[in-house]
Design a protein around this ligand. Structure first.
Ligand code: FMN
Length: 394
């Protein structure tokens, strides 16, 4: 049984002690996401939960129940979902490139829509953060260059045992393969449309394939896909444009982690400039939103200046809806950043795991439930679909 510890009284967005500027949006204000009406600005962040079935990763009733429970979030962004079999690097993560996967996701989107919600699918390719055990025919994972990741990956054995092992040595994608990679992505977006999603989020964060291409410390390819910032951005922009042809660009979001990374891409002197250029290029496309994951937000000893400046600059250049993320339980901090004009909406990750009715709890000042990280990943509904909605306060 997982914990049902409370985090304490939730912060009411109407708390007068916040001394906020009344012209700035509240978390529970409506948001027009370029034509998609969101009833509030409290989004569900993408959360891998490793409960999909089979080697391909097919979702079903379990995930339909999970996401439908969270239909009151302004927007649900699904767990990261593989665009192809080669894109996989974790056990039991879902895919979206076969008829069975489309049918499984259709169950999810139908239930979310029937419950009044909106859902984008986060599409990813892990690149070199993988292992030969996950790759078709045991081939090496693909990457911009043949340099091994320092990350560990988790293998799941037939008896259910989990083992952490070093990522495998990747091979560099050949120039002539790049159109095939973009077509894999486009095909997955077509599957997303067939599965009834309202849009897609391109996962360009956290050291996975697109982030690997963006990285100045890693991607020194000599062809048009590496080296200069312009070349390093090409894969992201190709994916975004392919997605925009299937959905409209207004139904395509992009997730970036400009302030650091959960995996291990080393910092580089032009990281900030790269992020500024990316924001400018994405801004030209009038996308649904740009989603910024701040890994260091709120951490002790961090002044906040550098990240806030970069965030503001990216916001100016993108000139469209910005989704902020990385607040843990600091709901007041999230509201404060909306007050300070850093973004338009906030995606909550861990709080969305343990509070399926988070928007109502925040609106009513209901205490928040704490999550149990021992059931983040698992097989069944435990720690997944059994976090109750709070009873309304008397
Ligand atoms: C269990 C778990 C799974 C996650 N899976 C993903 C994922 O699939 N895609 C992604 O971009 N980020 C993923 N993240 C990162 C979250 O989306 C989010 O950025 C992070 O939890 C910080 O937000 P929070 O402080 O609101 O939890 C995951 C985080 C957790 C805890």
């Amino acid at each position: 049984m997982h914990q049902r510890r409370c985090i304490g009284r939730a912060v009411s967005c109407e708390d007068p002690s916040l001394m906020r500027d009344p012209t700035m949006p509240l978390l529970h204000d409506r948001l027009d996401l370029r034509g998609l009406a969101c009833p509030n600005r409290i989004f569900m962040a993408p959360l891998t939960r490793q409960r999909a079935s089979g080697i391909e990763g097919v979702v079903g009733q379990l995930q339909a129940d999970h996401y439908a429970q969270r239909a009151t979030f302004g927007l649900i962004i699904s767990e990261a979902t593989q665009i192809s079999s080669e894109a996989k690097g974790y056990p039991n993560t879902p895919g979206l490139y076969s008829d069975a996967q489309i049918a499984g996701w259709k169950l999810v989107t139908d239930r979310v829509h029937a419950a009044g919600g909106r859902i984008f699918v986060q599409l990813w390719h892990v690149g070199r953060v993988s292992h030969v055990a996950y790759q078709p025919d045991g081939q090496p994972p693909v990457a911009p260059v043949a340099i091994r990741s320092n990350s560990f990956v988790v293998l799941r054995h037939d008896d259910g045992r989990r083992e952490r092992v070093p990522a495998s040595m990747p091979r560099a994608l050949r120039t002539e393969e790049m159109p095939r990679l973009i077509e894999d992505f486009a095909q997955s977006v077509r599957c997303a449309k067939a599965a009834g999603f309202d849009g897609v989020e391109v996962h360009a964060a956290n050291s996975y394939l697109i982030n690997q291409f963006l990285s100045g410390s890693l991607n020194d390819r000599a062809d048009e896909w590496g080296g200069s910032i312009e070349n390093r951005m090409r894969l992201l922009l190709s994916f975004v444009d392919a997605a925009g042809e299937v959905f409209s660009p207004a139904r395509v979001g992009v997730r970036l982690s400009p302030m650091g990374s959960v995996n291990e891409l080393a910092a580089h002197h032009d990281d900030e400039e790269c992020m500024r250029r990316v924001a400018t290029e994405l801004g030209k496309r009038k996308l649904a939103y740009l989603h910024l994951y701040h890994h260091h937000w709120g951490k002790e000893g961090w002044s906040g200046r550098f990240h806030e400046d970069l965030c503001r600059e990216m916001r100016t250049r993108f000139d469209g809806p910005i989704v902020l993320n990385g607040y843990g339980t600091d709901v007041a901090g999230a509201q404060r950043d909306l007050d300070h004009g850093l973004g338009d909406a906030v995606a909550f990750g861990k709080l969305a795991i343990s509070n399926p009715d988070l928007p109502a709890r925040l609106a009513h000042g209901t205490p928040l439930a704490h999550w149990d990280d021992s059931t983040f990943y698992g097989d069944d509904a435990r720690g997944y679909n059994d976090y109750p909605a709070a009873a309304p306060l008397p």
